[in-house]
Design a binder for this molecule. Structure first.
Ligand code: AMP
Ligand code: MG
Length: 472
């Protein structure tokens, strides 16, 4: 049986101004690195043999039913509006509706230049491909809404960045690739017809119960208010929360210079291009509100009464910090074993966090050790933890399910930066064993095998990754 994907494309039915249809630029000598069989099955992909997968995921062959296209969008990058971005190195191959009824995009990333490439080469090197593969699948295993990785290939062609690197292509799967920037582009051009078409399409695809522009705005605000506290709960720093990297369906998207913190610091930044710390760990809840304000602004022209729209949208955006805070409390209370938080718990959690900052405690390992005597060992000054521990012991005395709550809210394994870097180095040298090892290990982040104990260790001074880079 040959490879079959039950394509059921809807974005390609939208008007022409939404995208540019084009085929991927072929590559010289593609080889398959990874294929996500369980995800493929869920999506209804059958008859997968290595040769046809390699041809498909390298862009060398277009399958029947696929209608490759580069999507148009705009976005605020580091607060500055860029009127035209779009898929500069990606192509949407099409969509499937899976066994679970979920419609999903299949997108190649690194598939060659498009009309939206600007000065870029449309390609990606192996590092960012493997990084996104590992980190997005790890996020999924952590229970955090995210795009997924379906496949990765090497292209057999070099890509020039600071030096020559092996080229790669990631196949990404998402509920859709509609971003805040997808609305911004039509709104800024005052193309109300296109804006209305996109609104209707988005509502029917993602939020069928939402009523009009305000309903959509509120639904996205709710989804993002759930997502960001989940990032915070695992020490995740997205790194480029530009409005073009902010997805309407509420999944984590665009794993560029993202990173997980080792030792806790609220202002931690890894991205080499984030000079002023706009997207620092602790700023993420503020930035998402800012991004939702941009979405609101983009939607205003669709409302019959502009003044009333501005009032209603402002209220919706102003309600967001409270939503974020409530979800943050729920996430972090669970991390200290409390499944049903009370308002006072916020102070208890913040007290722990400030002691963690002062004691340079490892974020993941401190929470994972809370129920055991070794938690204090995470702190440079353990007696500061002991003081907190007394208050905590008082609070959880007699509470049901503390152990179980701690266990389910505190992963043992997160993709630490030094492990990712080490894995990329090995792959560039032709050794994919670390990639496959990490991929397997991060599938079960809440329980480790003895052979994965070393993955829990924070980096040594020499291993410490100080900066991360965009894939571009
Ligand atoms: P990012 O924030 O990394 O998602 O990228 C922002 C914009 O730059 C998007 O429009 C990308 O398609 C585009 N871009 C990034 N890298 C490249 C590349 N190598 N070639 C062409 N366009 C790129
Ligand atoms: Mg992007």
């Amino acid at each position: 049986m040959s490879l079959h994907i039950p394509f059921d494309n809807s974005y390609a039915r939208l008007p022409e101004g939404f995208y540019t249809k084009l085929a991927a630029a072929p590559v010289r000598e593609p080889r398959l690195i990874a294929f996500n069989q369980p995800l493929a099955e869920l999506m209804g992909i059958t008859g997968a043999d290595e040769e046809s997968l390699t041809q498909l995921f390298s862009g060398n062959q277009t399958l029947e039913g696929s209608e490759p296209l580069a999507q148009l969008y705009a976005g605020h990058q580091f607060g500055h509006y860029n009127p035209q971005l779009g898929d500069g190195r990606a192509l949407l191959l099409g969509e499937t509706v899976g066994q679970d009824g979920q419609r999903r995009d299949i997108q190649l990333k690194g598939s060659g230049p498009t009309p939206y490439s600007r000065n870029g080469d449309g390609r990606s090197w192996l590092g960012p491909v493997l990084r996104e593969y590992i980190v997005s699948e790890a996020m999924h295993a952590l229970g955090i809404p995210t795009t997924r990785a379906l496949a990765a290939v090497t292209t057999g062609e070099p890509v020039l960045r600071e030096q020559l690197y092996p080229g790669g292509i990631l196949t990404r799967v998402a509920k859709s690739h509609i971003r805040v920037g997808s609305f911004q582009v039509f709104s800024a051009r005052r193309d109300e017809t296109a804006l209305k078409t996109l609104l209707e399409y988005t509502i029917s695809r993602h939020y069928p119960e939402a009523d009009g522009p305000l309903g959509l705005l509120k639904a996205v605000i709710e989804a993002q208010s759930r997502l960001i506290p989940q990032w915070m709960g695992v020490g995740f720093i997205h790194g480029v929360m530009n409005t073009d990297n902010c997805q309407i369906a509420g999944e984590t998207i665009d794993y560029g210079p993202c990173a997980f913190m080792d030792s806790y610091h609220p202002q931690k930044v890894f991205s080499s291009i984030d000079q002023f710390g706009r997207y620092a760990y602790g700023n993420q809840p503020d930035i998402i509100v800012w991004n939702m304000a941009q979405l609101a602004t983009a939607l205003v022209p669709l409302m019959p009464d502009q003044d009333e729209a501005i009032d209603l949208f402002t209220q919706a955006v102003h309600a967001m910090p409270t939503l974020l805070q409530a979800n943050w409390l729920k996430v972090f209370a669970a991390k200290i074993g409390i499944s049903d938080p009370e308002p006072d718990d916020e102070a208890l959690i913040k007290d722990l966090l400030s002691r963690m900052e002062e004691g340079q405690a490892d974020f993941t390992n401190t929470f994972a050790a809370l129920g055991s005597p070794s938690a204090r060992d995470q702190f440079l000054n353990p007696e500061r933890f002991d003081e907190w521990h007394q208050d905590w012991a008082q609070r959880i005395k007699g509470l049901p399910d503390v152990e179980a709550t701690l266990h389910s809210a505190n992963p043992l394994l997160i993709p630490r930066n030094h492990r990712i870097e080490e894995m990329i180095q090995a792959a560039v040298g032709g050794d994919y064993a670390p990639f496959h090892r990490l991929l397997e290990a991060y599938k079960s982040p809440f329980s480790t095998m003895p052979q994965n104990e070393d993955l829990r260790r924070p980096p040594s001074e020499q291993e410490m990754v100080k900066a991360t880079f965009c894939g571009t």
